[in-house]
Structures are given as C-alpha cells and as structure tokens.
Design a protein around this ligand. Structure first.
Ligand SMILES: [Zn+2]
Length: 301
C-alpha cells in the first residue's frame, strides 16, 4: 500500500467509512425498528419524540455548539402540538413525531434547526429516526384529503397507509427511489460537480428512477444523460434513506465500457476521471456517495 493511500485512509474523514465498509456497507439502524400503525399508543418518560416546526427539528443548544436532537415530549417542554403520531418502536423505545405551529417559541435552551444541517453531526440512529419522522409528517400534511374525491382521509391501523372513507382510495407515504453510482475505469473514477456544490467538490452521478424502469436501466440512463459514456457490470453496493424530502439512494458500482465524457450542462458543470493521486474535495463522510468513492479508494489500494 502506497504512503499516499495510507495517508488517505488515515484521514479522519475517511476512516469511519473504512470501518463501516467492514460492516458490509450498512446504513441500517443498530437496533431493530418495529413500525406500529395504531394511533393511540401511550408515551412514557423514556419515549423519543421528534418535534418539528415546518421543516425544522427541535434541538438542544449545547455549550460547545455541537448539535443534539431534543427527544423530550412536547408535554415535558410545555409545547402544544398541532399534530402527533406514534411511529413505532426502536428496540423497546416508543417513538413519536409531533408538529408545533409557526408561532411557537421554544425555551432559550432549545432551537429548531433544518434536518439537512444536522446530517452527519448527530448520533446516526437518532438522525435516521428523525428522518423517518419527518417523512411521516410530510405525508400527513400533504395527504389530508383524498386525491380522487377530496374527502378527508383516515389513518389505517393495519399498515402505514391512509384510506378514503368515501371511495376507498388508499394512500401510502411517498418514497422517491434514486440511483447513485461510481463509474470505474481501471485506476480512475468518474466524478462530477453540480453548480450548487461547495467550491472544488466533486461527487458520484445520481438521479431519480423513472416509472417502469429497473434500477439497472436507471443507472445506465443517468450515466448516458449526464456524461454520455457507456457502462457495464452494474453491481449493487448499498442503500441509504435520504429524507430530503422523501428519497432512498440505491448505490451501485459500474465499469466504464466506452465513450468520451460529454456533460449535460443543465445537470452538471464538470465531470472528470480522477485517480487516487488527484482526488478532489469529496462529499461528507456519512453519505453513500462517499462510501462509493471510498470503496474505489480501498479497491485500488
Ligand atoms: Zn376518496
């Protein structure tokens, strides 16, 4: 192993993934989550609550400015929720989501912060549970009424769904699958940057799956559309829930077949082949994009 690669693996932003890859690329919760669809579960002092105001989650202000999600109940905090729902059990801990109105001001020790800004800065499982919570909240907000006949929807207790009492139409939480892929050409990886990325940062290509497509077809299409190269040997690597607002990222690696990079200006502003020795600024360590890139680094080491 070259000193350059050893240095990369020692890099503190890379090491957690290195360890994680030994755990079979696992973004899963450490304890089992059991969804429960009854609306009437009682909370106890040990329950986890995820309290949102709009898109923002209630956090505790800490002295050293690190982030901590506040999982106390609205009752304990003297807050009056406008919506709350039981989500299920994380291990033996009951989990709930609640929403408070825009006019609510929490105690000075608490602050509402955007979920995206907390990504990678709080305990992973608590963040994942908060990601589940906000997706249920979105679904509740956006599916109050039947999309077919306009009647108020009712929550089902047998599955995570709502049903229209008038016409029987059933609505499930919205989930938008997206594929994300590393493209390897011997000792190079294809990475691209979108205009919204921080300066110097490149990442793997990604895009939403279209109705009727297989995941492999989506991978091929996205690569063709964004950089116009042909790929093969498409292999599943891992998946990561991406609650911004309701995605799941399904990660693949693929081998380059042929074609010169020709970028789609509407989607990306640059794409290049990078070797281990000239890697650009990379995405955050807890993203599946980074896992795919670290996988290439380790595979080339
Ligand atoms: Zn209906």
């Amino acid at each position: 192993m070259s000193s350059n690669i050893r240095k990369l693996l020692r890099d503190e932003t890379l090491l957690p993934f290195h360890k994680r890859m030994n755990k079979h690329y696992n973004f899963s919760l450490k304890a089992r989550f059991t969804p429960v669809f009854r609306a009437d579960e009682a909370a106890s002092a040990s329950s986890y609550w995820f309290i949102f105001q709009g898109e923002k989650l209630l956090t505790t202000v800490t002295e050293n400015t690190s982030n901590s999600i506040c999982t106390c109940s609205p009752e304990q905090l003297g807050l009056q929720p406008i919506f709350s729902q039981f989500l299920g059990r994380y291990g033996s801990t009951n989990c709930f989501v609640a929403e408070v109105g825009d006019n609510v001001t929490p105690a000075p020790s608490l602050r509402f912060k955007g979920l995206r800004s907390l990504f990678g800065t709080v305990e992973e499982d608590i963040f994942s549970l908060a990601g589940r919570a906000i997706q249920i909240l979105h679904w509740n907000r956006e599916h109050q009424f039947c999309g077919k006949c306009g009647t108020a929807m009712k929550i089902r207790t047998s599955e995570l769904a709502k049903i229209c009492p008038a016409c029987g139409f059933v609505s499930f939480p919205r989930l938008s699958p997206a594929v994300i892929m590393s493209i390897i050409r011997k000792d190079h990886i294809l990475l691209a940057r979108a205009p919204r990325f921080p300066p110097g940062m490149y990442s793997t290509l990604a895009g939403f799956v279209e109705p009727g497509e297989t995941l492999e077809e989506a991978v091929k299409r996205e690569v063709r559309e964004e950089v116009n190269v042909r790929i093969g040997n498409i292999t599943y690597v891992a998946s990561q829930p991406w609650p911004f607002p309701h995605s799941i990222m399904i990660g693949f690696s693929a081998d380059y077949v042929d074609g010169e990079i020709e970028i789609d200006d509407d989607e990306i502003e640059d794409a290049q082949w990078f070797s281990l020795r000239n890697l650009p600024v990379l995405p955050s360590k807890i993203t599946i994009a980074r896992l795919l890139i670290d996988n290439f680094v380790l595979g080339s080491a």
